[in-house]
Structure formats: C-alpha cells, structure tokens
Design a protein around this ligand. Structure first.
Ligand SMILES: C[S@@+](CC[C@H](N)C(=O)[O-])C[C@H]1O[C@@H](n2cnc3c(N)ncnc32)[C@H](O)[C@@H]1O
Length: 276
C-alpha cells in the first residue's frame, strides 16, 4: 500500500507506465551541475580508457515531473548516463535506492537510453556501498552522486565506505533546509552523530542557529578532508523561488583537477565563500 508520503512524491508516468517522482522546481539545478560535471570530465574518462563507473546510491525512479507543472525531467542517473554517452560513456553504472520500485524503474529507463552494464541494488546507501565497493575495478575512475531527501539518510559511513576506493569523486547534495530546521533535534536524538560524527568537539551547541548550521557543515567538510579529500571551496548553494536556501552541492575529490573543473562550471556565491 502506498503511504501518504509516497502519494505526494510519486505518480504513474502515462508515457511508459513506470513510476515517476514529483519534485520541486529546484531539482533541474542539481541535474544541470551533474550534467556539466559529467560533460567536463569526459577527457579524464578517456584518460582512463573509458574505465569509469557512475554510482548513484539514491537514484529515485529515473524520471520526474516538476510539481504544479507538466514539465518532465530525467532523473540523475539517466542524466549522467546520457551526458557521458555523448563522448566517453561510463563502462558501468551502479544504482541503488531504499525503495525497490524506484530501483526497477530507474534500471529500465537507463536501459532504454542504451546504458550498458547497469547494476541495480535495493537497499540503504550504507548497505549498497558496502556491497559494491569491494567489486569496483581496482584501477577505474569512479563518480558517486549522493542525493538523499534529508541528512538522516546520509550517514558519514556511506562516504567512508566509498572512500575506500582510491579514485572516487563525490558530488553530494547536503540539505541546508533540513539542517536549519532540525539541527537541534538531530543533536538531541543522536542523528547528527551519524551525519557528522564527533561534532560535539567542534560545535558550540549554545550558538545561534545559523552559526550552528555553518559549524556543523564545516566539521562535516573537515571529516571529508580527513579521508584525503580536497573539498572544493566552490560550494554551490541552490535557492528556491522565494530565495530561501535549499541545498549545497559539494564536490569532493582527491585530485586537484576535479576541483579546477568544478570551478569552471559552478557559480560561487561570494557570500558563501566568506562564510566558509
Ligand atoms: C531526492 S531522491 C533522489 C532523486 C534522484 N537522485 C534524482 O535526481 O533523480 C532521494 C531518494 O533516496 C531514497 N532513499 C531514502 N532513504 C534512503 C537510504 N537510506 N538509502 C538509499 N536511498 C534512500 C528515496 O527512496 C529517494 O528515491
């Protein structure tokens, strides 16, 4: 039985009969960044002889309609696969999602756009990361897109597991809205421990909400740095139609070139630079 939340989030796609998501009008913005990053890194994939894997651990059903409009957009995995195919396709595409209906729909849509070697897993990002990382090609290049609904679904352990692969670039959606609304309750409930372990030694819990949010985010970035990642200063802050901050898109890589390429395609808010 679909839950109330499912009914708000999904509908049937009359074109192919599969599930599609209903998303906010900010979703295309993150796809645009993903698309551009996949595009601008085609030369790097070529350098690896095309031995490149795209990993999407929160893949969704692979297609969406923008809420209150008739605009249809492809999902992140389909966007990444079709963009890569224009120059140097990914050798392998790995998708995962907690919801098996999403995984099946996304897999079918990927196959329909001609993606080869699609491996699909239903499970939490933690479980899927633990399953796939030991099987990745030892000298391959990997790009993982992490796009959860909220921070509860993004435990740092997912990143730690992915980071076991030597060449694993990460493009991560961090929900500012979630952090702003829930940072205090996440502290009390222990959920913040999963997202940003060790925050207690780096965050003054008596600080104002905006300071708390920024210090949790700074601590989370330092955890990434602890795994050997260069975390781009070019954090993309995506805003909603009422100009409210919605999410950050963070690129983390162990290679400076990735940061340079990201800088070329991202618009940095000067305001954000000052805060970081
Ligand atoms: C924002 S949607 C992903 C949208 C997709 N990346 C796109 O752009 O087309 C988040 C997805 O995460 C899934 N999800 C929720 N909790 C999860 C978890 N712990 N592990 C993996 N997937 C999860 C949801 O079922 C949902 O499909």
């Amino acid at each position: 039985m679909p839950t109330q939340k499912d009914q708000e989030r999904y509908e049937n796609d009359p074109i192919d009969g599969l599930r599609r998501a209903i998303v906010g009008d900010w979703a295309p913005e993150k796809h645009l960044r993903l698309r551009r990053y996949v595009d601008i890194t085609w030369g790097v994939r070529r350098k690896f002889g095309g031995n490149a894997t795209y990993i999407d651990l929160y893949c969704g059903p692979g297609r969406a309609r923008i809420r209150n409009t008739q605009t249809i957009v492809e999902g992140s995995a389909v966007v990444a696969a079709t963009e890569a195919a224009r120059h140097v396709p990914f050798r392998e595409i790995i998708i995962g999602d907690l919801d098996p209906v999403n995984v099946q729909a996304c897999q079918k849509r990927l196959e329909r756009v001609g993606a080869h070697q699609v491996k699909a897993y239903a499970g939490t990002a933690d479980e899927v990361a633990a399953t796939i990382v030991p099987k990745l090609h030892p000298t391959g290049l990997n790009l993982a897109f992490l796009d959860p609904f909220n921070l509860e679904a993004l435990p740092f352990s997912v990143i730690q597991t992915l980071a076991l692969a030597p060449r694993m670039d990460l493009l991560i959606h961090v929900s500012i809205m979630d952090l702003q609304r829930n940072v205090r309750s996440m502290m009390k409930s222990g959920k913040l421990d999963r997202f940003a372990p060790g925050w207690q030694s780096h965050v003054n819990s008596a600080a104002t909400n905006p300071t708390l949010v920024m210090s949790v985010f700074a601590h989370w970035r330092s955890l990434l740095k602890g795994l050997g990642y260069l975390v781009s200063d070019n954090i993309e802050r995506v805003r909603g139609v009422r100009n409210q901050p919605l999410y950050w898109l963070v690129l983390a890589s162990r290679h400076e070139l990735a940061d340079d390429l990201w800088s070329e395609i991202s618009h940095v808010e000067p305001q954000m630079r000052m805060l970081l």
